[in-house]
Design a protein around this ligand. Structure first.
Ligand code: SF4
Length: 445
């Protein structure tokens, strides 16, 4: 293929990772990226299926592309990602101007599908290949100094609200050697921070064995071995599942100096009755127990979480339990969602779906409580001096956005180069970002 391409990415980090691979393949095939939709020869919509409006977003975007396709018949439109895997042939029925539908397991076949679409018209590949890992594909990363590294795809859990197991399949872990080789290669390219990606990182290795041994690699093993990679400065990971949390992971986090003091620890609900209906297989006191154990081992750790409001059957008492856990857990930040039924998930057909008005009212109360806690916790940072990694331009042209090891955004007045490590004294705090000034690094840094 020649010409230009444009990729629109929806949803989670896993999709951002896959979009870097799509860009890598198209560049390796001689194409160049563009931000101008009218100038693109190939447009890829890398879709998410997690929330109701995800469908609307896709078909809305495809509606906008129809006249462009009529004007430029050689334009190729690709739908990839979780909605491609969920809706499959329905997409080309609803939007026959789509040239390629490629599922989450078939990404390595994209170039071949595009060539076939050039010659024979619309193509689709949504087969569940189990031997292909997008991580094996060339990557076009947005940042030169940090990278997503997929350690596993798919999930073996069956949370009743979640569509991921249907669209990403069962968990498949990458061989530990492949992950380490990729990270060593990234460090040679100048990467200083990696984020290990998986739907459920702490069950990594459950489905593979270590070469020459019957033992299965554990996530704790992986963390320690990644920590030994020369030249790497920071390690992050997302997402662990509270049910599969084990003391060895906490030990590996505490003893690995490059593992950043931040954990994303999805709660989803504070009500044991709702957690049971969600099939989250842990209960609130166990969750809080894990949180205490993590904070005992790593006192400086920042904790973010996911919470769903309005799960079918959620009563005011259940919601009060959620508010209670939020007050006790004192998360540094939380992604809060209004429940939306996803086709094929068990929760979608559960009785007692909660009305939008009630969900909205509860959602507003939860956000207000968490906002208060986030601000109080952010204010505790004022006056501290912390190492930050420069990410790029800040809100004002002349300023800089950087990030602490605890995953807090820091705005700095001066303009600094992305990828640089500096020490910042925190001078002010808002709920979702800090303000700081660059100070000389302490002698040890
Ligand atoms: S752990 Fe649950 S919520 Fe997370 S991806 Fe798996 S099924 Fe979905």
């Amino acid at each position: 293929m020649n010409g230009t391409f444009l990729i629109r990415t929806f949803g989670c980090q896993m999709n951002e990772h896959d979009s870097e691979r799509i860009g890598g393949m198209l560049r390796a095939d001689g194409m160049t990226p563009t931000d101008d939709v009218a100038d693109a020869r190939v447009i890829v919509l890398n879709t998410c299926a997690i929330r109701e409006n995800a469908d609307n977003k896709l078909y809305g975007n495809l509606g906008h592309l129809k006249p462009l396709k009529a004007e430029h018949p050689d334009l190729r439109i690709v739908v990839a990602g979780c909605l491609a895997q969920k809706d499959q042939g329905v997409i080309q029925q609803k939007a026959p101007w789509v040239d390629v539908v490629v599922g989450t397991h078939a990404l390595p076949h994209l170039l071949d599908l595009l060539r076939r679409a050039e010659a024979d018209g619309p193509q689709m590949d949504v087969a569940e290949y189990t031997d292909l890992f997008p991580s094996a594909l060339p990557s076009a990363r947005d940042d030169a100094f940090r990278a997503w590294v997929s350690i596993a795809v798919g999930c073996d859990n069956a949370c009743t609200f979640c569509i991921v197991p249907f669209v990403r399949g069962a968990q498949r872990s990458r061989a530990i050697g492949d992950v380490l080789a990729e990270i060593q290669g990234l460090v040679r390219e100048g990467v200083v921070e990696v984020t290990l990606l998986g739907q459920n990182v702490n069950t990594y290795g459950r489905d593979v064995t270590i070469p020459g041994s019957s033992r299965r690699p554990l996530f704790a093993d992986l963390l320690r071995q990644v920590n030994d990679v020369e030249g790497l400065r920071r390690i992050r990971f997302t997402s662990p599942h509270p049910h599969d949390f084990t003391p060895d992971v906490i030990g590996a986090m505490a003893e690995s100096d490059k593992v950043c003091e931040h954990i994303h620890f999805p709660l989803q609900s504070g009500s044991d009755r709702v957690l049971k209906a969600m099939q989250r297989s842990y209960r609130r006191e166990r969750y809080l127990g894990w949180l205490d154990a993590i904070r005992d081992a790593i006192p400086a750790i920042a904790v973010s979480t996911d919470i769903i409001v309005g799960f079918p059957g959620e009563t005011e008492e259940d919601f009060a339990d959620t508010l209670d856990v939020v007050s006790r857990a004192r998360f540094d930040s939380a992604y809060t969602f209004q429940y939306s039924p996803r086709p094929a998930t068990r929760a979608a057909s559960m009785p007692d779906q909660v009305s939008k008005e009630v969900v909205q009212e509860r959602f507003d109360r939860l956000v207000a409580l968490q906002q208060e806690i986030s601000l109080e916790k952010a204010r505790e940072q004022v006056g501290t001096e912390v190492e930050v990694l420069v990410e790029g331009a800040g809100p004002r042209r002349s300023s800089t956005q950087a990030r602490t090891r605890t995953n807090r955004i820091v705005h700095l007045a001066e303009r600094l180069d992305p990828g640089a490590f500096v020490t910042a004294r925190i001078t002010d705090a808002a709920a979702h970002h800090l303000t700081g000034e660059v100070v000389p690094a302490p002698a040890s840094v």
